[in-house]
Design a protein around this ligand. Structure first.
Ligand code: RIB
Length: 309
């Protein structure tokens, strides 16, 4: 039987307000959308839920607001079987929220208001140190203060813990502070913003990944949506193709990729195989609406993998 990885996510929790629409209003105009969905989201929380559904033991370090979403988010972690000991409410701040717009082809646009996520500080990482030290892998994103991300990367290095960073949403990055990372996993647009190199196809992704590797980052995975992903390191790069799926909402697919990849790696699955599996897990998540609620549990995933691999 595969080892059960222990994964800690130091990251965000949001409430997703998803509107499905055929068009967007012009300034001053009111139009009708087609459908609405309210759900638990946030890149950190989504990655934690994906990892949990894939079978890992998961710990969350996060901050939520002193509004009605705060306790509901903590309760959601509990319900999902994620340890929320280090998820705290912050007085006077709103919870993170994300108005999301999904077009008929499944493409999404996301606006994040960080709220309490911005109050997760290096001292909070220290307060969770004992839990973090017990993890096989720490997973990070960019919806919390960047100083907390850099601090946690350094913490992981000091304690020999595998560390995966999803630099989303993209922002200016000190690549030097990230050279101790094990995996840097942007999508096309994040890779483009961070390196300044356009990523329109697999060839562009290769060049962009080479830049990131040259800056000192050991392993880079650029997720390419419907084109699969690109795995790169000092030994070169390789395109890992996608699986065909009937996509209706791509929101959270990157999170599904990262949460599941952390688990497959932690189980000892070889790297490229772990990327292939994560490609399928992410692809399957786009066949349902929303983020966490569209993620497959392990039994459903294994059944699909058995057929498609
Ligand atoms: O990656 C999808 C997530 O991005 C959403 O759940 C939203 O909350 C934003 O964080």
């Amino acid at each position: 039987m595969a080892k059960r990885p222990r994964i800690a996510v130091v990251g965000s929790a949001n409430i997703d307000l998803t509107t499905f629409t055929n068009q967007f209003p012009k300034p001053g105009e009111t139009i009708f959308g087609q459908k609405f969905d309210l759900g638990f989201g946030g890149k950190g929380a989504n990655q934690a839920v994906a990892a949990r559904l894939c079978g890992a033991e998961v710990f969350m370090v996060a901050r939520v607001g002193s509004d009605l979403f705060g306790p509901a988010t903590i309760e959601n972690f509990r319900k999902q079987g994620i340890d929320p000991t280090h998820v705290k409410q912050v007085e006077g701040l709103s919870s993170g929220v994300a108005p999301i717009f999904v077009e008929p082809n499944g493409q999404n646009r996301i606006l994040v208001v960080k709220g309490a996520n911005d109050a997760l500080m290096p001292a909070d990482v220290d307060a969770a140190a004992e839990t973090l030290k017990s993890a096989d892998c720490i997973v990070l994103q960019f919806e919390i203060p960047v100083e907390t991300v850099y601090y946690t990367v350094e913490f992981a290095r000091k304690h020999g813990i595998r560390c995966i960073l999803n630099p989303a949403p993209a922002q200016p990055v000190d690549l030097g502070a990230l050279k101790d990372l094990d995996y840097f996993v942007p999508n096309e647009s994040e890779a483009e913003t961070i390196t300044g190199s356009p990523v329109k196809n697999v060839e562009d992704a290769k060049q962009c990944a080479e830049k990131l590797v040259a800056s000192g980052i050991r392993r880079v995975i650029i997720t390419l949506g419907a084109n699969g992903s690109l795995l790169a390191g000092r030994d070169g790069s390789e395109h890992v193709p996608p699986f065909a799926v009937n996509s209706i909402d791509s929101t959270g697919a990157g999170d599904a990729f990262i949460g599941s990849f952390a688990v497959f790696l932690g189980e000892g699955v070889p790297e490229k195989e772990a990327v292939r599996r994560a490609n399928l897990y992410a692809g399957l998540s786009t066949t349902g609406v929303g983020t966490q609620k569209s993620f497959y549990d392990r039994a459903r995933f294994d059944a699909e993998w058995a057929v498609r691999s």
